[in-house]
Design a protein around this ligand. Structure first.
Ligand SMILES: [Zn+2]
Length: 330
């Protein structure tokens, strides 16, 4: 019970304080890839803590044994003891419902979101096959539209779409810059990262941390793609290109399942590109990465480590020789 409550408390603290910690200061803008990983780790840690809390309530802790037969025997003994009392049975049932409900809803909403996005992309790709023409570079197709827009359709039949309006508005270097931005979206599968964040926000609308994760992920993948493009084309070239495509009414041409170069927060992104880049530095990046690993590992450590050593060990005699192995019954 203590383990389950610790895990639930950890999930509540993470959901409450996590978003504020991650949004403090300007570090995320300087290291968007690390920040994206941080929001993913926060979401995963919250959900896994609640699921593991349910598991901790459902199954009594059994100490690890090298002898598989003895381990199985001790498991059966511990579970029988756990469910023998009305309190243990109620806690076990509650835990099972909690773990299955949270895990089931997360998986269901994720599958629904990803398959929905794939269907929408496929419909849009079919429409493009009818109206788009071959572009000036390989892998690029051109859509006849006055508004300047550049966007990519991720997935198996991935493609990058440029409107005739964008071809007129962008110089050669600027076109290279926005194409590099789209290439980063496709190569790093930003559609999946954003799809997962939005699916968790839709699955658990009562958790504001997941809404923050989805909004921040949408913003951060644009910053990450900008950084990748700026490395190839130069920051000011990219800023000029974003200005050209952002000033068009790109919302009409770009489908919801696509990732557009002139997408969300273009003004702030252009302002960010004007001064020279100031990355976080190796020491702070390493410290951040280690913190994320700890964030993810802690629920498993809470469930596995202290539980095995917890007080309240009872001895279950084995059927064969009666030597007995220790079983923790909570
Ligand atoms: Zn983009």
């Amino acid at each position: 019970m203590i383990v389950a409550l610790s895990l639930l408390a950890y999930a509540v603290v993470l959901a409450g304080a996590g978003p504020r910690l991650l949004q403090a200061g300007s570090w995320a803008d300087r290291a968007p890839r690390l920040a994206i990983a941080a929001w993913q780790a926060l979401t995963t840690a919250i959900i896994s803590s609640v699921v593991l809390a349910g598991i901790a309530l459902t199954f009594p802790t059994v100490q690890v044994s090298n002898d598989l037969a003895a381990l199985l025997h001790s498991c059966v003994m511990a579970i029988q003891a756990h469910y023998a009392s009305p309190g243990g049975a109620a806690a076990g049932a509650t835990g099972a419902v909690l773990a299955l409900a949270v895990l089931g809803r997360a998986i269901w909403c994720l599958a629904a979101a990803l398959s929905g996005a794939a269907r929408e992309r496929a419909r849009h790709a079919e429409a493009l096959d009818l109206v788009a023409t071959a572009g000036p570079r390989t892998g690029i197709i051109v859509l006849d539209a006055a508004e300047a827009a550049v966007y990519c359709l991720p997935g198996r039949r991935q493609r990058t779409v440029v409107t005739t309006g964008a071809l007129q508005a962008l110089g050669e270097d600027q076109l290279d810059a926005v194409l590099a931005h789209e290439h980063a979206h496709l190569a790093e599968r930003h559609d999946l990262i954003l799809g997962m964040a939005r699916a968790m926000a839709a699955a658990f609308p009562a958790v504001p941390a997941f809404r923050s994760a989805a909004a921040e992920t949408a913003r951060l993948i644009e910053l990450r793609a900008d950084d990748a493009a700026a490395e190839r084309a130069g920051r000011l070239t990219l800023a000029g290109a974003l200005l050209a495509v952002a000033s068009g009414r790109h919302g009409h041409a770009v489908p919801a399942a696509a990732l557009a170069a002139g997408g969300s927060g273009a003004g702030a992104r252009i302002r960010r590109l004007i001064p020279p880049r100031s990355p976080l530095g190796r020491a702070r990046t390493t410290a951040g990465s280690l913190s994320l690993a700890l964030l993810l590992a802690l629920p498993v450590l809470v469930l596995g480590g202290p539980a095995a050593a917890a007080a309240g060990h009872a001895v279950c005699p084995t059927a064969a020789d009666g030597t007995g192995i220790e079983v923790s019954v909570r």
